[in-house]
Structure formats: structure tokens, C-alpha cells
Write a new protein. Structure first.
Length: 501
């Protein structure tokens, strides 16, 4: 029996809803087919957006959506995606499969989608192949409420009122697909480009995000911050609200990656141990950020994360389409618990990508749609959004696994208290084979009523279009309330939520 101590009175920070954010890229079948089918499609839609997908996404309360990339962002020229659709320029999506991008989903469509989803907006600008003027005019087009060339153009295109940009990314992966820049060069470009990301409206103060490191590239973080803050005049303070971090889990490394559905126990533990590595990345990049920003006013923005496996057989390798199993559910549960626990520094995180690509929450095939195991984890974890993280401590247990280098703890957790006073405890059992007994004790709370939910199955279990409900969120009943707390038996391969009053 493992003990979990919860001090529901000790608040450790606030969990920004944006930690549960998503990412939509012009990549494979994410935008086209997955989210947008066009007004004339036979698939039920509202203004071109798939009704089934929008409804499912609303149910997980997605707080923010990033768009249009990714690597695509630094090749995207926003003016190609406005105006009458038949006149929009067609381009080649060189990064992702070399297919024709007809630009039928552009700025107006993105804001329509966010409106239907009821979420905040995160627009990613083009530094790699775009100009300062282009970026500056995009912001003017979207947010300016007066008479100006760009605001007038927006009105000509049918939108009178400006929209709101909550977050603006100044480039993406500029160390790689976004221009192969050095950190010093990028940081100077960042200083210049962000100057022209203007706040046109006092009620739309745009949060500007600087392009951060890939995985453990601490040199990038150090040098970008050093250059960005070198000799910055007082009046230019506030030039950065966030610094991004990208981290993907590839069980067999970047080249081989590994199958999404056919794997053994060793690959299971390797994947989960790599997902747990997120904690070290946050700590180390966070320590560097502390040097420049001890007050933690700059958010760490983990705007790409997830499992990245080998593409499904028979699909376009450039589309990065992959299935999603119970292993993904665990990887998501672990990552979200880590991010919750670092909510003092991490202010947003975006799973890649929302539909039909990497660790997607939804997969579609023609008019059919399925929810993945990862979807169900986001559904359970939604209670953490906007809640307060509270202190929790799990008694240490023997590490488990099959290889020395990839041992993991059997259980992992995070705990929050919502505005309604309900305590949300999310616990993962990482073992492939073993149930674990857990005893949860509280500082003062005497649990009067407990509701619990679970996502579980064998390690490769997943949903298909033929069998869409193999993995689903279910009520969890294997617990009892005692005088001292809650006693539970967590099955192997499980993600569990307790809601305690
Ligand atoms: O998510 C796929 C790609 O991974 C993104 O476009 C890019 O930013 C990252 O390298």
C-alpha cells in the first residue's frame, strides 16, 4: 500500500487553463478533413467547421488554440489566406507531404473556429521567410478597430469588428525549420519583430512569445535570453511574455521513432520514462529563466509536446498520422501532472496536434470520428483548469521497468482544488502488469463524498473506426472512504481521477 499525502490547505500556485491548450497545424489531415471540411461538404458543418469535432472539443473545454504551425508558420503568408476563396493563392506545403495548400482555411476561418470552440487564440507569425511588415500588418488586420489600410481590408473581406489575439508567437523553431538561425541572431530578430506586434486596443494586450529551445538545448535558452535582455532600455521592458519549449517523446529515438500500436513492455517503459523527462527539462530551462526573470513574469510555453511515433502503414509519411493507445493516455496523464506541478513557471502548453496528426485527441475518416485515449485523459483532467495546485506527496516505491536506463515510479500524481472547493486528484499507475493499492490522506478534509473516473486497458488498447469505444472514460468504483481518507486499488495501465468533497 502506497500513501499519498494531500495538504489541501497548502496552495502551491494557480493552474492556468492554458496548460490544457492545443495546436492545429496545416499538416496532413489536421485542418483539412479534421477540422475544416468547407461549407459545401456533406459532412455536417457550421461555416465549414465539422460539427462533430467541434462538439467533442467543446466537451474537453479547450482553453486556447495555436495556429497555423509549427514549421508551416514560417512558410505561411497570411495574405494568401484572405478574400474570396476561389481567388486565394495556392501554395506547396513543402514541409508536410508536398501537397497543395489552397488556403481555403485562413485568418477568418481560424477565428471562426476559435469562436465555435469558445477558446483563446494563439497566432504564430512568420520570421523565417516573412518580413516585419507582413507580421505587423497581420496584427493590424486582425486587431485594429479604426480606419487603416489593414482594418479596411478586413472589412472589405466581410469582418467589421476586429478579433482578439491572446498570444502571438514570433516565429517557430527558428533554430531549425524556422530559418536555421543561431540563438544570438534569432534573439536580435525577435527584438525587432516583436516591436511591431502592436497593441492596438487596451483590451487586447497581446502576449508575445519568443521562440525557445528544442528539448535540452540549454545553450539556446541562455543565449536567447542573454541577447534579448542585453541593454534593453527601460521603456522596452515587457518585450517577452513567454518563451517556448518543444519536446516530443520518441521511444526509439528521432530516426526510428517506434510503432504507435505494436510494442512490448520495454518500449512501454521507455516511452513513459521519456515522458517523465519533461520534468527535468522544465527544471533546467526554468533555472536559466530564473536568472533573467526571478519573479517568473515570463511564462514557459510548452507549445509543442506529445508522443511522436512512426506513421501508420499506408499513409503519407509527410502527414504524420498515428494511432493512439493506452500508452498515450499514460504519457498525457504524466505530462499534465508534471506541468500542473510547475504551474508557477509554465503558463501554457499545447498538445501536438489536435486532430489526425501526432498525439491527437480526435481521429477522423471521412464522416467518421473517434475519440482517442488521450482525449479521455483531457476530459478527466479538465477539472484542473483554473484550479489551485495544492501540496501532495507520494511515498516512494521501488522503481519499475525492464531496463536500468528506463525505470519509472509506479505511481505519479498531481492535486488541485477548484473554485467549488472540490479536490481533484489525478493518479497514474505506470505498471504494465501490477495493480497498486493506494491510501490517500488529507490535512483536514474528511471525505464525505468521492466520485472517481478511470481510463484503462491493456497497454496497446486503442479505438478504431470499427470499434470506437474499446478505450473510454468509465466510472471507477474500486475504492472505499474510511475515517482516515480514501483506500483504492489502481489497476495496471491506468489514469484515475478522484473528485473529493
Ligand atoms: O509537430 C510537427 C512539427 O514538429 C512542427 O511543425 C514543428 O514545429 C516540430 O518540429
Amino acid at each position: 500500500m502506497v500513501k499519498l499525502y494531500v495538504n489541501e490547505k497548502e496552495k502551491k500556485g494557480h493552474i492556468n487553463p492554458e496548460l490544457y491548450g492545443h495546436f492545429s497545424e496545416h499538416l496532413g489531415r489536421c485542418i483539412y478533413e479534421g477540422l475544416y471540411v468547407g461549407e459545401d461538404s456533406e459532412i455536417p458543418n457550421k461555416n465549414g467547421m465539422r460539427t462533430d469535432v467541434v462538439e467533442a472539443l467543446r466537451a474537453i473545454e479547450i482553453p486556447v488554440l495555436r495556429w497555423p504551425g509549427g514549421c508551416f508558420a514560417d512558410e505561411y503568408h497570411w495574405k494568401d489566406g484572405i478574400g474570396p476563396k476561389e481567388k486565394r493563392k495556392k501554395m506547396v506545403n513543402t514541409h508536410w507531404g508536398g501537397v497543395v495548400e489552397d488556403n481555403s482555411f485562413g485568418t477568418h476561418e481560424f477565428f471562426e473556429l476559435c469562436d465555435q470552440l469558445g477558446c483563446k487564440t494563439y497566432v504564430n507569425g512568420n520570421v523565417g521567410s516573412g518580413t516585419v511588415q507582413e507580421m505587423s500588418e497581420w496584427v493590424e488586420y486582425i486587431t485594429f478597430d479604426g480606419m487603416s489600410p489593414m482594418a479596411d481590408l478586413r472589412k472589405e473581406n466581410g469582418r467589421e469588428k476586429p478579433w482578439k489575439i491572446d498570444y502571438f508567437g514570433v516565429g517557430n523553431e527558428n533554430w531549425g525549420c524556422g530559418g536555421n538561425m543561431t540563438p544570438q541572431y534569432y534573439a536580435n530578430e525577435y527584438r525587432r519583430y516583436q516591436t511591431y506586434v502592436r497593441n492596438y486596443h487596451p483590451e487586447n494586450l497581446i502576449k508575445k512569445i519568443c521562440g525557445g529551445a528544442n528539448v535540452a538545448d540549454y545553450y539556446w535558452t541562455k543565449e536567447v535570453l542573454k541577447t534579448a535582455f542585453d541593454n534593453v532600455p527601460e521603456c522596452a521592458h515587457g518585450l517577452m511574455d513567454g518563451l517556448s519549449l518543444h519536446y516530443y517523446v520518441h521511444p526509439e529515438g528521432w530516426q526510428i521513432k517506434g510503432s504507435a500500436t505494436q510494442f512490448d513492455d520495454a518500449a512501454w517503459y521507455k516511452t513513459l520514462s521519456k515522458a517523465l523527462y519533461m520534468e527535468e527539462l522544465i527544471n533546467k530551462h526554468g533555472t536559466i529563466m530564473d536568472e533573467y526573470d526571478p519573479e517568473k513574469t515570463i511564462g514557459m510555453i510548452v507549445d509543442e509536446w506529445g508522443c511522436w511515433f512512426t506513421v501508420e502503414e499506408g499513409t503519407n509519411p509527410g502527414f504524420l498520422y498515428q494511432q493512439n493507445t493506452i500508452r498515450d493516455a499514460l504519457a498525457a496523464g504524466l505530462t499534465l501532472n508534471i506541468i500542473n506541478k510547475h504551474c508557477d513557471r509554465v503558463k501554457m502548453a499545447n498538445l501536438a496536434q489536435m486532430v489526425n496528426v501526432l498525439q491527437s485527441v480526435i481521429l477522423t475518416e471521412g464522416p467518421k470520428m473517434i475519440l482517442t485515449p488521450t482525449y479521455h485523459v483531457f476530459h478527466m483532467y479538465r477539472y484542473h483548469q483554473d484550479a489551485d495546485l495544492v501540496a501532495s506527496h507520494l511515498e516512494e516505491t521501488e522503481p519499475i521497468g525492464t531496463e536500468e536506463a528506463y525505470m519509472v515510479p509506479q505511481l505519479q500524481e498531481s492535486v488541485s482544488v477548484g473554485a467549488d472547493g472540490i479536490v481533484n486528484i489525478t493518479v497514474n499507475n505506470l505498471s504494465v502488469t501490477d495493480e497498486k493499492e493506494l491510501f490517500i490522506s488529507f490535512m483536514e478534509l474528511k471525505p464525505a463524498s468521492v466520485e472517481a473516473f478511470i481510463v484503462t486497458g491493456n497497454m496497446t488498447a486503442h479505438n478504431t473506426f470499427e470499434e470506437p469505444d474499446t478505450v473510454k472514460e468509465e466510472k471507477f468504483e474500486a475504492f472505499e472512504i474510511t475515517e482516515q481518507g480514501i483506500k483504492a486499488a489502481l489497476p495496471p495501465c491506468s489514469v484515475v481521477l478522484f473528485r473529493v468533497k
